[in-house]
Design a protein around this ligand. Sequence first.
Ligand SMILES: Cc1cc2nc3c(=O)[nH]c(=O)nc-3n(C[C@H](O)[C@H](O)[C@H](O)COP(=O)(O)OP(=O)(O)OC[C@H]3O[C@@H](n4cnc5c(N)ncnc54)[C@H](O)[C@@H]3O)c2cc1C
Length: 203
Amino acid sequence: SIVKKKYPVLCQAAHSIGSVQIRNMATIGGNLCNAAPSADMAPALIALEAECKVQGAKGKRTISLEDFFAGPGETVLKKGEILTEIIVPKLAGKCFGVYIKHGLRKAMDIAIAGVCVLVTKERGKLKDVKITLGAVAPTPIRAKNAERILLDGDLSEDSVTEAAEEAAKACFPISDVRSSEWYRREIVKVLVRRGLRECLEKV
Ligand SMILES: Cc1cc2nc3c(=O)[nH]c(=O)nc-3n(C[C@H](O)[C@H](O)[C@H](O)COP(=O)(O)OP(=O)(O)OC[C@H]3O[C@@H](n4cnc5c(N)ncnc54)[C@H](O)[C@@H]3O)c2cc1C
């Protein structure tokens, strides 16, 4: 209930995974260490600036989740290291986030694209925007240029559209059984626009 209250976007992301049976068995650590580009927990946790505590025979270290993934199925964990904790910082200001998973089915489906948008306001002014993408590159990624458009500009519909187009440029998708590369870029534009509109309205 703490996670639900403080970080509802994490609940939303977790709820999109597999089925009740999978969610009961799977761990968030396993979801991250598995390092699938489509891992549903990754975009929301990267947007929340989560850090990974890692333990190995030679000691502990902390890695930003943004730097945790090295490629499809690969993390920066060294031989013998395990992920022991995921630290999610306290949110400052008023925050609203959404995770939008796009797939062919409503359950038991791997994302064609997963988009997380997190908007923070302080004293009525935009303080931060995070746009993170899953399943559209070899690792989950942040669309930093898209974030900058909103942080440096205004929050008009034109800026939202421009940011969505910039987010699509950050993708390096593949064509596979689920989707073509072209479709993944197009759907990222749609989902980022949708996510930004919802966050800006509700924050
Ligand atoms: C039917 C099905 C549907 C699925 N649907 C989805 C979905 O919709 N969205 C999605 O994102 N994923 C989905 N998955 C993948 C699933 O989320 C992940 O496999 C799950 O979260 C992994 O958690 P786990 O605890 O079972 O990890 P495991 O499968 O036990 O581990 C995965 C990998 O990570 C390593 N590992 C696990 N924990 C640690 C740790 N603490 N430190 C270091 N290495 C570790 C393991 O050695 C292994 O290599 C699905 C899987 C199945 C079978």
